[in-house]
Design a protein around this ligand. Sequence first.
Ligand code: MG
Length: 295
Amino acid sequence: MKFIRYEGKRGTDLGVMTRDENGVVSLRDVLPNKAFADMTQMIEEIRGDELTLLQLVPDGYDKYPVEKIEDVRVLAPIEKPVHDVICIGVNYKAHGEETGVIREAKFDQPDPIFFGKRAIRILGGGDEVDFRSDIDPELDYEAELAVIIGKRCKDVAKEDAESVIFGYSVFNDYSSRKLQRQHVQWMRGKSLDTYTAMGPCIVYKSDIAFPPALHICSRLNGEPRQDSNTELLINDIPTLISTISAGLTLEPGDIIATGTPAGVGMGMDPPKYMEHGDTIECEIEGIGTLTNHIK
Ligand code: MG
């Protein structure tokens, strides 16, 4: 079941895609007694029978009005996250090696590297990145699997991790490499306006075997860059959730970006960063493709 947020004939709406992905059914038609303000509220409130009803929609959509995907504009599933995005650094071995981090003697600890990424607004597919080359010309892409938290939780055991997940999306952790070096900690280098993109949908967790083992890749102007599989995470999703939730409450709609595989621009020799006019695509098997243009 793929949830999307979209601009349709009734304005901004939430919906479930048909199985062939040619159409979308509005949640207002499936659950007429509900009026969700946004995806985060839907994730927080949807339970039990309502969820069961929605799960029938991809194949049983003939009961409802369907808008064609080509007639709507698909938006970021979550435009304004409930908190800063929880990101993981160096979580694929080959990416650690290409960036030099794993060769450094200090990288000898197995714990996840967590950092916060501010996103005043998350871009969706088709939205433009406002590239601030005047602040940092070294703009890089990072295709990542995003985990969307489904319920308020704390001190989650590894074996319970899947139960607190709502679903998954494709994430691009745009990175300003010069700022990352300049400020030592990565917060500013990850957080310029428009430097976060997610979409095109949130896939409900039951559609994907746990833990996810999905092909993940990116293309810059059509040229293959990253090519890996989410089963290669150094710290897997149960470890990430149990570690970060130990003594720290996660809330519905919280986003965990699980790290990026090898093939980023800074890992090339010499580095090849993005430029004004570029098009970057991030794709994950079973979820979809997230495409942005660099203004
Ligand atoms: Mg990243």
